[in-house]
Design a protein around this ligand. Structure first.
Ligand code: DHB
Length: 406
């Protein structure tokens, strides 16, 4: 990516300094830019490194609306794929959840690394101050009216951002989160005894929609990327080393988890990437401390089932941006004061959904026969009832934004 000419002064003044220039930080920067705020965003990773990071691929309709704005390139509308439903497969057969019929909404398959790329390219186009490959970033004086961020620029020079507000969008290993004192911060955790073995494979899609499969061998998710590359996952032990699995073994395992009398067959092809994804639920409450605000994974992570992570990050900044704009323009912090509570109300709904989908579809190690049979009962209760299907559809496609958010 070409470098933008930048201010060479040691200290840069901004309204908002953002630590973390992944999707959450960049989307926030764009929303603030549109209202004329001065923003600087920094990230310790390089832009190519973030672009190479594979994450989930499903966008809620409200996330798509945010990305479809012409000043962000609106590539999601041309390169994304509309999905009107999913297949819940259990008891060796498929059960379709028809989102359009049930709740009149759809989702889009558009991978997170493409979301990042669009936002980064648009930032370049609008000549925004976004700096990758910085080191030693740390926020200071966040409990005063004059906070700032110190960091070492990619060329090795020490820099400082003097701003009115600092945003920590620095991911699940967030250092800014640690600035919220322990006495006022509550961290909520849940661990899960399984992980996902995720692959990217060069092959056409095996089915028109995503398949979430429950089987006696554990969960599998048959997702997609494009006409020629697919993303698939299967539940595994968190200690699994992808190097221990041959390509044939991986395909056999995936196929075994979707087998059924309808003869559903995966289209196989060369596996070009394998990774093991760990599961964790985490929430930090509150998501603010004086002039510091957290957004995205810095404040919360969800297990991947249901693909809520990126959608939640975008929902955070959708609430945070108007609150920051009002504070900077009018000196009115009322909306900022409500940010944490508003964002957390959605976060906990998404935590519940991700936990529910995860526990309903995965087999816990050493699970009792009762527990397995009960999960199948739950899956039938959901899929055999229009209300159950609508409940799943409503949550999967995403809740409307909070009424105070335009
Ligand atoms: C994908 C990941 C998910 O966790 C999910 O629920 C759906 C799709 C994906 O990577 O494509």
């Amino acid at each position: 990516m070409p470098q933008i000419p930048r201010d060479e002064r040691k200290t840069v003044d901004a309204d908002v300094g953002i630590i973390g220039a992944g999707p959450a930080g960049l989307m926030l920067a764009h929303l603030l830019r549109r209202s004329g705020l001065r923003v600087v965003a920094i990230d310790h990773r390089g832009a190519e490194e973030i672009h190479r990071t594979h994450r989930a691929g499903i966008l809620e309709h409200e996330s798509v609306r945010m990305l479809a704005e012409p000043d962000l390139g609106s590539r999601v509308l041309t390169d994304g794929h509309l999905h009107d439903g999913i297949d819940l497969r259990f008891g060796r057969r498929s059960h379709r959840i028809d989102f359009q019929e049930l709740v009149g909404e759809s989702v889009w398959l558009y991978p997170q690394n493409e979301v990042f790329w669009d936002l980064a390219r648009a930032a370049e186009h609008h000549r925004m101050d976004v700096r990758y490959g910085v080191a030693d970033a740390s926020a200071f004086d966040v409990a005063t009216d004059h906070p700032g961020i110190r960091f070492t620029d990619s060329d090795g020079s020490a820099r400082e951002i003097r701003c009115r507000y600092v945003v920590g969008a620095d991911g699940s290993k967030s250092a800014t989160r640690g600035l919220i004192p322990r006495e006022i911060r509550r961290d909520y955790f849940a661990e899960y005894p399984f992980a996902w073995f995720g692959i990217l494979a060069e092959t056409p899609p095996s089915a028109p929609e995503l398949i979430y499969a429950q089987s006696p061998r554990g969960f599998a998710l048959i997702s997609q990327r494009s006409d020629t590359v697919q993303r698939l996952y299967f539940q595994c032990d968190p200690a699994t080393d992808p190097a221990d699995w041959s390509q044939d073994q991986i395909w056999e395992e995936l196929q075994a988890r979707i087998d059924g009398p309808d003869g559903m067959t995966l289209r196989r092809g060369p596996i070009i990437e394998s990774t093991v994804l760990k599961f964790r639920s985490f929430v930090c409450d509150p998501m603010r401390y004086h002039r510091l605000y957290l957004a995205g994974d810095a404040a919360h992570t969800v297990p991947p089932t249901g693909a809520k992570g990126l959608n939640l990050a975008l929902a955070d900044v959708r609430v945070l941006a108007p609150a920051l704009i009002r504070a900077v323009r009018d000196g009115d912090e009322t909306l900022l004061g409500e940010y944490s509570e508003t964002a957390l109300s959605r976060v906990w709904k998404a935590q519940n959904f991700s936990y529910w989908m995860t526990t309903m579809l995965h087999t816990a190690p050493g699970e009792t026969e009762f527990a397995t049979a009960r999960r199948l009962g739950e899956l039938r209760a959901v899929t055999e009832s229009p209300h159950g299907r609508a409940y799943l559809a409503e949550q999967y496609t995403g809740w409307p934004f909070h009424p105070t958010v335009s």
